[in-house]
Design a protein around this ligand. Structure first.
Ligand code: OGA
Ligand code: NI
Length: 350
């Protein structure tokens, strides 16, 4: 398809089996949707309780979730269900448009922001890593002066306004979680949030995972941990696909709760917490029946700011685990498809 974006949606619409560059080398493991357990094992945290006088239990639950899972389902986050529904609806509408319309927002590499912006499919640097069975739209949402508005869809007409709203509200959720995380570690509440100034970044990624004729051969998103500090995900209720790697197994991550969000830690927070919290290694599988949608917001520091363990988390009993690294240099090193290899390359030698 000379000059056009490779669209997985088109491959599916044309009944194609996955081309070889999408085929994952190695085992995906058995994925049988009909035999999956009905309830989600993922910890649920009520953010509104974390700052209440009787919030100690919820804080302990948060800390434990982040130490062992690196993610949790958030309720009581303060974003209205109307806004969340609107974000999912407009995303669905965007992907349902004809290819020509979506290609108006075709992705381009943005060296300055170190992210691909626009519609398309992420390239991968290495031939050993299979392409993801997904189509994406990626946009810088914050800092506001770095938005590329020409890549913000004008249809559906509410898209720009709604994304702006969602970005602003998500920044509040981010700050709430950052404060609670510091509190749960007995640090001053603003320890982490102070590092997020007006140049802190949020970029949004709209993922559409079309069905696939061979879900046993491809992944919607290969195993990775996010390069963010934390990531906020809006998932469709009760829809499977996302999995987290925990204690040697891939565990299904989904929510049955209305208006919930998923929060997962990126490598940045593993560094800032001096390894007490873990970034979640996760992946997405596909199925042959139904497409899946997710809206993801990656929250990180200003690219010029340094990631480093918080002072209060380093002592004789717990020496510093990670070196100080500029966010930009960290993202340069991050290599998709190679779980946590980048993160471990910044470990202090034992
Ligand atoms: C991602 C990601 C998960 C999902 O975009 O980094 O992990 O459920 N997405 O779409
Ligand atoms: Ni991810």
């Amino acid at each position: 398809m000379e000059g056009s974006v490779d669209s997985v949606q088109e491959l599916w619409a044309n009944g194609c089996d996955p081309p070889s560059r999408y085929i994952v080398k190695g085992e995906i493991g058995p994925i049988n949707i009909s035999s999956l357990p009905p309830s989600s094992p993922i910890p649920v945290i009520d953010l509104s309780r974390l700052f209440q006088p009787d919030g100690a239990d919820e804080l302990a639950k948060l800390r434990s979730a982040l130490e062992s899972w690196g993610l949790f389902i958030a309720v009581g986050h303060g974003i209205s269900s109307d806004l969340l529904d609107e974000v999912l609806n407009m995303s669905r509408e965007f992907f349902q448009q004809p290819l020509e319309e979506k290609q108006k927002y075709k992705s381009m590499s943005d060296e300055k922001n170190m992210v691909m912006e626009g519609y398309g499919n992420d390239g991968v640097e290495s031939d050993d890593v299979a392409l993801d069975w997904s189509d994406r739209l990626q946009l810088v949402v914050q800092p506001e002066d770095q938005r590329t508005l020409s890549l913000w869809p004008s249809t559906p007409s509410s898209f720009r306004h709604t994304l702006h709203e969602f970005g602003t509200k998500s920044a509040n959720v981010r700050d709430m979680v950052l404060r609670a995380m510091a509190k749960s570690l007995d640090l001053k509440e603003d320890t982490f949030v102070n590092k997020f100034d007006e140049k802190a970044s949020i970029y949004a990624r709209f993922n559409y995972y079309p069905p696939c004729t061979r879900p046993d051969l491809v992944l919607g998103c290969g195993a990775h941990s996010d390069g963010s500090v934390l990531t906020i995900l809006l998932l469709e209720k009760d829809v499977r696909g996302l999995q987290v790697y925990k204690d040697g197994n891939w565990v299904d991550v989904f929510t049955t709760l209305p208006s919930s969000l998923l929060v997962n830690l990126g490598d940045g927070m593993e560094i800032m917490s001096n390894g007490i919290f873990t970034s979640a290694v996760h992946r997405v599988f596909t199925n042959s029946a139904k497409g899946r949608l997710s809206v993801v917001e990656f929250c990180g520091l200003d690219l010029e700011k340094e990631l480093e363990p918080a002072d209060g988390l380093i002592d004789e009993k717990r020496p510093r685990i990670f070196k100080t690294v500029k966010t930009k240099d960290y993202l340069d090193r991050q290599n998709y498809g190679e779980s946590k290899k980048a993160l471990y390359s910044f470990k202090v030698e034992a």
